[in-house]
Design a protein around this ligand. Structure first.
Ligand code: TYD
Length: 134
């Protein structure tokens, strides 16, 4: 599995505004155990800088624009520009990510597990070493 875009339904129109929704059973490749959101990140900094041993995520820019790039253990880099509130990126385990926010961007993440610091790989060298195991 690789990071890939997932489009979810959008109801409404430009006069009234729009509504999007996710149902675990129909729209997600994993059960939701946690929801978090990140905001007021300066556009001059890069967040992320880690991979997860087992966590799966679905990440949206519910406001603004978020540029997110992933590197897999095979060294392939995939980048996405999230700029629609109803299009998210599914992130499988073991992808290094770097995330850059526009002003006022809000990142919403649906996650397959509770927060477990031990699930993080925060050292890029340690992450790359895992490629010997695949
Ligand atoms: P981190 O996942 O490293 O943020 P980002 O990838 O956006 O740079 O998390 C930042 C800090 O917040 C880190 O100390 C762990 C903590 N944190 C929690 O306590 N619970 C959570 O659900 C998340 C996502 C982070």
């Amino acid at each position: 599995m690789k990071p890939s875009l997932i489009e979810i339904p959008q109801i409404g129109n430009s006069e009234m505004g729009f509504l999007s929704f996710i149902e675990e059973k129909n729209d997600l490749p994993f059960p939701i155990k946690r929801v978090y959101w990140t905001y007021n990140a300066p556009s001059s900094i890069i967040r992320g800088g880690h991979a997860h041993k087992t966590l799966e995520q679905l990440i949206f820019a519910v406001s603004g624009v978020i540029n997110i790039s992933f590197e897999g253990l095979d060294g392939e880099i995939t980048s996405f520009k999230l700029d629609k509130p109803n299009v998210g990126v599914y992130v499988p385990k073991l992808f290094w990510r770097d995330i850059q926010f526009s002003e006022n961007a809000v990142l919403l993440c649906l996650a397959s597990q509770e927060y477990i610091e031990d699930d993080y790989i925060r050292d890029f060298g340690e992450f790359k070493k895992l490629s010997n195991c695949i």
